[in-house]
Design a protein around this ligand. Structure first.
Ligand code: IPD
Ligand code: CA
Ligand code: CA
Length: 257
């Protein structure tokens, strides 16, 4: 029988490679709410992932973005799945998106897998065992001066109407760092903090499936993850601040949450 890690990697690659075959082709797109897109590829990817996970391990619950199916067969174990993180990018032919699969056991994320199909990169972390990109260990950056930092962030789908839409925080940080990126994919931003590509990343309004896998990958590569105000991180509390640890305190102060 394949291990949880092997099955999650298999499912992430299968779905991600399917996404690659559909990239810049014609597919149906609709709005779940204003500016919040979903494509038929998101839905098909989720089906591919669920089929593989259940075929190998049938007794695990699911929390998924597109179906939110959760049959609660086994309250202790739950797959937390974003079948396509970066849907706006995918729908526009912007080549940065990926698959995020995490396993939560008794309230703790123990496994995180993120696959980036256009780069053919897979990030994997198990709690206590380090983080890896295509099998090679990764580490966060060593930058310890905020002014030398490259950050990323993102904006909520209701940014048009939500006054707490991250524009104040973005403006404050932009004046204090080398630059800020808005990549449109939370799971990949977290992997980029883990691999030292970015020095820090924050968002104010995410879902558990955006953060579950990536947050463990950051922690296992030596980084730190908290809520944006510095309190203990919890995937069900919407916000996240992830960094290489060194600049974490300075980021909390600048965010001023
Ligand atoms: C979104 C992306 C984006 C973030 C949004 C998320 P989706 O996920 O991670 O970077 O800013 O808040 O909802 O909708 O592409 O899976
Ligand atoms: Ca997402
Ligand atoms: Ca998604």
């Amino acid at each position: 029988m394949l291990s949880y890690k092997e099955v999650a990697i298999l499912a992430a690659k299968e779905a991600g490679n399917f996404q690659k075959t559909k990239f810049r082709s014609s597919f149906q797109v609709r709005e779940k709410s204003p500016a919040n897109l979903v494509t038929e590829v998101d839905i098909q990817s989720e089906k591919i992932i669920l089929d593989i996970l259940t075929r190998h391990h049938s007794n695990i619950d699911f929390l998924t973005e597109e179906q939110s199916v959760s049959e609660k067969k086994n309250a202790e174990k739950c797959w937390i799945i974003d079948p396509l993180d970066g849907t706006t990018n995918f729908a526009h032919g912007y080549p940065l998106f990926g698959v995020s699969i995490a396993l939560e056991i008794k309230g703790s994320i123990v496994l995180g897998v993120v696959f980036i199909p256009m780069l053919d990169e897979i990030f994997v972390a198990e709690r206590g065992k380090g983080a890896y990109r295509n099998g090679a260990p990764i580490q966060v950056s060593h930058v310890n001066d905020l002014q030398q930092s490259l950050l990323a962030s993102g904006f909520p789908y209701d940014a048009w109407t939500n006054s707490d839409n991250n524009t104040h925080e973005w403006a404050a940080l932009l004046k204090s760092v080398v630059s800020c990126r808005c990549d449109g994919t939370a799971a990949i931003d977290l992997c980029h903090v883990a691999a030292g590509v970015l020095d820090g990343y924050w968002e104010l309004d995410l879902e558990a499936w955006d953060m579950a896998a990536g947050s463990l990958i950051v922690e296992e590569s030596g980084g730190h993850v908290s809520l944006p105000d510095g309190k203990s991180f919890n995937i069900y509390q919407r916000g996240i601040l992830a960094s290489n640890s060194n600049i974490h305190k300075a980021l909390i102060e600048k965010l001023g949450r």
